[in-house]
Design a protein around this ligand. Sequence first.
Ligand SMILES: [Zn+2]
Length: 201
Amino acid sequence: MEFSSKPSEIFTKMTPEQKRLLYLIGLYTEINGQVGKQWMKDLSLKAVLIKGVREKVFDWDYAPASVMYMGTRKIINVTQEGQNDLNHLRIFGLISRLRLGTIRHFFFNAYGLTPIGINVFRLIQKEDREPIDILAHCSKCGKLFEITSEQKSVYMICSACNQKVDTEVSDIESVQYMCVPKWLKVKLESQWKPVLRKGGD
Ligand SMILES: [Zn+2]
């Protein structure tokens, strides 16, 4: 399938979630006011998306999933709908993915804006910028939060104001509570079938 490479045409096809996601990635690729100059780590993005769902900035669901986390496997919250929108941004040609290795020999993905992505980023309106700006900036000084991964969780940090916000990406218990009804429904409809026992006991 051929996709238009005109930023304005792509823009009209995008959902609010996709615009907000692109805007968020754009913010974290910015150096000295220029977007698309660096890459955003996959884990950082995953964590901020969870924070965004909790703050009702993104209308997605999420559920616990096993992912690579600082070189080991860990159960964290992942929004599959968010990952799907991320894929859509790649299909639209707005973001690209880079696979990076560390000196400790584990690999992770990072995301950056393509030249078209930078143009579409500039088209995003206040209604979709504002919720992300509030999410990603320190409420005291207005600086973009740094995102740091620790063993326990991923945090959004403003070192100038001594602010440390937990993205709650590792907060599994309350999530299960939130997601059980939907998850159960899906399981019942698609996978759970009565198990027939041999011998009829
Ligand atoms: Zn601050």
